[in-house]
Structures are given as structure tokens and as C-alpha cells.
Design a protein around this ligand. Structure first.
Ligand SMILES: NC(=O)c1ccc[n+]([C@@H]2O[C@H](COP(=O)([O-])OP(=O)(O)OC[C@H]3O[C@@H](n4cnc5c(N)ncnc54)[C@H](OP(=O)(O)O)[C@@H]3O)[C@@H](O)[C@H]2O)c1
Length: 333
């Protein structure tokens, strides 16, 4: 099969498209003919091997040579313990079990995925749209529903709303009945009203911390917590995702850990910060929720651009450019 192969850490130039053997299906896995696979920051982290601290797990190159985690496609074969899928089913999901920095093999004609990380593809979504959902949608759902506990009547602010996670966070907050203010940088604001943002703020023109919100979902994490707090209701919640901005801010060794760790410690006594949750992610249940929202027309992935498999390197360069609105997807068919 044709696949994108990464033989060492580095920039997009280390990626090659080659013929390799198809993956072997384990007993609880599904073999998927990939129709589309999306790119997200974790793909970038594993490609570059940054922050360097992650290389303790694999010092010279990633353990698995084929990048990509999120996919949509058609089931080709199933392992003997798989009960929910059969050949011919249209599916979407992730190729890895936990939330981990690892190459997952999705940038290939065939990929394996654990049964529990896949669900049936909603008919309303194309393969390209479905491939855009998994990791970004799961992070957005976890941030808005589980950590932010967003409900009807809440005033919610999403900072970094035009990115991969942000576009889903805005739509999910709307689906849970909130009024949503979306913040991003100039040039990335035009698609936000169409996905449901009630108000759009240009971060360069207006200081969102002068507003008042029940929940703030913050993707770039570019403001001090003292400033964020003044914009939060007394019983409000601040959910920080933190973003490495594809290496443009330095932080080569530890990435965003130094900005996240103090807040994790503070969450032990500050009730506006969600307590850390180290439980294994329930991907199947969360993916089913996302599929239901998509089928009901309440979640529509925003696709910035698609690239063919041969141009994955250009797709990564495009992601690194910072000009992306929504998701970048590799389309194989
Ligand atoms: N998406 C995923 O599936 C995924 C997977 C694993 C982890 N994550 C985590 O989530 C983070 C965000 O992922 P993402 O896919 O949403 O990234 P993204 O698509 O690059 O989105 C980040 C957004 O924040 C914007 N932004 C930057 N500075 C800002 C500012 N000062 N004010 C307002 N907005 C600003 C960015 O604009 P510019 O690009 O113009 O700076 C961009 O639109 C990642 O760094 C990572 O830690 C995401």
C-alpha cells in the first residue's frame, strides 16, 4: 500500500510517500481503507519531535513510521474479537487508544484502529468532513461539556475560536444552549458567525478580558490567569488547552507544560479551575456524541483545505503557516 513514512524527527521534508506492507490487524482491531485523514497539532509534535521532552519515549525517531491519527474510511477487515463493525461499514475515529504523542498510521491507504476508537460515520458528513472531527472534536467536547460544564443560558467565550479545536468548541457550546463569543486574530474571523458565534472579537482590536463570562475555553493561553479571572463570574470556569503555535514561540524543551502545570496545582484550591482528570478517555462514547450532533446538523466541520496523500508535506507546511481556519484534511479518494 502507499503510505507516508517518517524515518527521523524533522520538518515536513523528512516525509516520503512509499510502498510498504499493509498493517496486520490485531484481534480487537479494525482494518480501514482510508478515504480521508486529518492533521492536528499532535501530528506536528511527533513529526518535529517537539517539545524535546517527548523524545524520552523514542529518542531517534517515532516508534511507528507512518504519521496520522484521525481518519474516515470503509472497513476492509475485522479482528476476531470485533463485534460492532463488518467489512463495508463507513467509519471514522482515531487509530490510537489514549491521548498520546504517537504516529498512528492514518496517512496511508490502509490503517488499523482499535474497535473502541471508531464509530459509524454519520451519513450527513462526507469522508473528508468526518475525518476532521475525531481528536479536535474530542478535545472540544471534553473542554466544553466535561470541564466547562456549559449549559443553557451560559455566556461562553472561546479564545482561538477559528482553529481546529475552537471551531468545534463554538458549535458545541451553542448546541448546549450557550451564548458564544468567539475570539481570534484578524483574517480568521469571517467563518465564525456561520458556525453560530453570537459575537466575534478581533484579538488585536478588543480586550476580551474586559467582558464577563461563565465559561472561558482558552486555546492559545496568551493571557495571564489574573486577567482571565476578572472576566469570569464568581462561579465561572476557566478551561485552558494551551497551544504551542507550531514552534513559533520557542519553548523547544517543555512546550506548553510550564503554562499548564501552575494552573493544575492551583486547581486543587481554586474552584474556577477544573480538577485534573487522569482517567483513560472514553473515546467511543464521546465519538458517538459527536456523531449524533453531526447527524442532527448541530456540528459541521469547517474544512480549510484538502491535500492529496502525495502532498502531506505541503499540508504540514500549510498548518505551520498559521493561516488555517478549521481543519486541514488529506483526501485519498
Ligand atoms: N486539534 C487537535 O486535534 C489537537 C490535538 C492534540 C492537541 N491539541 C491541543 O490543542 C491546541 C490547539 O489546537 P488547534 O488545532 O485548535 O490549533 P490551531 O488550529 O492552530 O488553533 C489555534 C488558534 O488560536 C489562534 N490564536 C493564536 N494567538 C491568538 C491570540 N492572541 N488571540 C486569539 N487567538 C489566537 C490561532 O491563530 P494563529 O494561527 O493565527 O496564531 C489559531 O486560530 C494544540 O496546540 C494542542 O496543544 C489539539
Amino acid at each position: 500500500m502507499r503510505a507516508v513514512v517518517q524515518s527521523r524527527y524533522g520538518g515536513p521534508e523528512v516525509l516520503e510517500v512509499r510502498e510498504i506492507d499493509p498493517p496486520v490487524v490485531a484481534k480487537d482491531e479494525v482494518l480501514v481503507r482510508v478515504h480521508a485523514a486529518s492533521i492536528h497539532p499532535d501530528v506536528w509534535h511527533v513529526l518535529r519531535g517537539r517539545p524535546y521532552v517527548m523524545r524520552v519515549m523514542a529518542p531517534r525517531r517515532p516508534r511507528h513510521p507512518v504519521p496520522g491519527i484521525d481518519l474516515a474510511g470503509v472497513v476492509e477487515a475485522v479482528g476476531p474479537e470485533v463485534t460492532r463493525f463488518e467489512p463495508g461499514d463507513a467509519v471514522f475515529g482515531e487509530t490510537v487508544r489514549g491521548f498520546q504523542w504517537a504516529n498512528g498510521g492514518a496517512f496511508a491507504e490502509l490503517a488499523t484502529a482499535p474497535e473502541d476508537a471508531l464509530v459509524h460515520k454519520p451519513e450527513r458528513l462526507s469522508f473528508v468532513e468526518a475525518a476532521a472531527v475525531p481528536t479536535s472534536g474530542l478535545i472540544a467536547l471534553q473542554s466544553v461539556r466535561d470541564q466547562g460544564r456549559v449549559r443553557a443560558g451560559h455566556e461562553v467565550l472561546v479564545n482561538g475560536a477559528a482553529g481546529g479545536v475552537g471551531m468545534f468548541a463554538v458549535q458545541l457550546a451553542k448546541a448546549f444552549g450557550a451564548t458564544v463569543t468567539a475570539v481570534d486574530v484578524a483574517g480568521k474571523l469571517d467563518r465564525l458567525p456561520a458556525i453560530g458565534a453570537d459575537r466575534v472579537i478581533d484579538a488585536g482590536q478588543e480586550d476580551f478580558t474586559l467582558g464577563h463570562y461563565d465559561v472561558i475555553v482558552d486555546i492559545p493561553g496568551n493571557r495571564r490567569y489574573a486577567e482571565i479571572r476578572r472576566a469570569l463570574a464568581p462561579d465561572g470556569t476557566y478551561v485552558l488547552i494551551a497551544h504551542d503555535a507550531y514552534g513559533t514561540q520557542g519553548r523547544r524543551w517543555l512546550g506548553s507544560f510550564p503554562s499548564v502545570l501552575p494552573l493544575l496545582a492551583r486547581s486543587l484550591f481554586d474552584r474556577r479551575l477544573p480538577k485534573p482528570d487522569f482517567a483513560a478517555p472514553q473515546k467511543r462514547a464521546a465519538m458517538e456524541t459527536l456523531a449524533d450532533f453531526a447527524e442532527a446538523g448541530r456540528l459541521t466541520p469547517v474544512i480549510d483545505r484538502t491535500f492529496p496523500l502525495d502532498e502531506v508535506a505541503d499540508a504540514i507546511r500549510h498548518l505551520e503557516s498559521g493561516r488555517v481556519q478549521g481543519k486541514v484534511v488529506i483526501a485519498l479518494t
